[in-house]
Design a protein around this ligand. Structure first.
Ligand code: RB5
Length: 150
C-alpha cells in the first residue's frame, strides 16, 4: 500500500499521479488534500511519513509546490528516506542505490507527463541490495540513531 499526500501547491499533480497508479495497479491511500486552499505542507509530509514509518504503508508519494517542503518534513521522521525528484535518472538511482521509501514531486516544477514517468520508474526500480549500497543506507540509519560516524 502506498500513501499519497499533497498540499495546495501539489494539487495539480494529484490526478495524473492517481492515473498512473491505477494504470500500474498500485493500491494507494490518498490522505489529501483535495482542496486548492492554502495549507501547511509539514502537516501532510508528517502524516504521510508517519504511515510509512509505522508500517501502515510501504512507500509514499507526496506533492507540494517544489517537493522540497514535503521532503524536508518527511525526512525528519525516523526510518524515512525521501527524495525530491524532477528527473528519471535520480528517481531510478534513489531506489537502486539509496533504497528511498518516499518520493516528493513539485507541482510547480514538473509537468504531469514527466511526473508520471518519474513515478513509474521509481515504483518499478528495486533496491540493488548489494553490500556496498546496503552498508551506505545502514550508515544513514546510524546517523539517525545519533551514532558518530567520525
Ligand atoms: C506553498 O506555497 C509551497 O511553499 C509549498 O507547496 C512547497 O513548495 C514547500 O516546499
Amino acid at each position: 500500500m502506498l500513501v499519497l499526500a499533497n498540499d495546495h501547491g501539489g494539487l495539480i499533480l494529484r490526478e495524473p499521479i492517481i492515473e498512473i497508479l491505477n494504470e500500474l495497479n498500485v493500491p494507494y491511500r490518498d490522505i489529501g488534500t483535495g482542496s486548492p486552499e492554502s495549507t501547511d505542507y509539514p502537516l501532510w509530509g508528517y502524516r504521510a511519513a508517519k504511515l510509512v514509518a509505522d508500517g501502515e504503508c510501504d512507500r509514499g508519494i507526496m506533492m507540494c509546490g517544489t517537493g522540497v517542503g514535503m521532503s524536508l518534513s518527511a525526512n525528519k521522521i525516523k526510518g524515512i528516506r525521501c527524495v525530491v525528484c524532477s528527473d528519471c535518472y535520480s528517481a531510478k538511482l534513489s531506489r537502486a542505490h539509496n533504497n528511498v521509501n518516499m518520493l516528493a514531486l513539485g507541482g510547480r516544477v514538473v509537468g504531469p507527463g514527466l511526473a508520471k514517468m518519474i513515478v513509474k520508474v521509481w515504483l518499478e526500480t528495486p533496491f540493488d541490495g548489494g553490500e556496498r549500497h546496503s552498508r551506505r543506507v545502514k550508515m544513514i540509519g546510524d546517523i539517525e540513531q545519533g551514532i558518530d560516524l567520525g
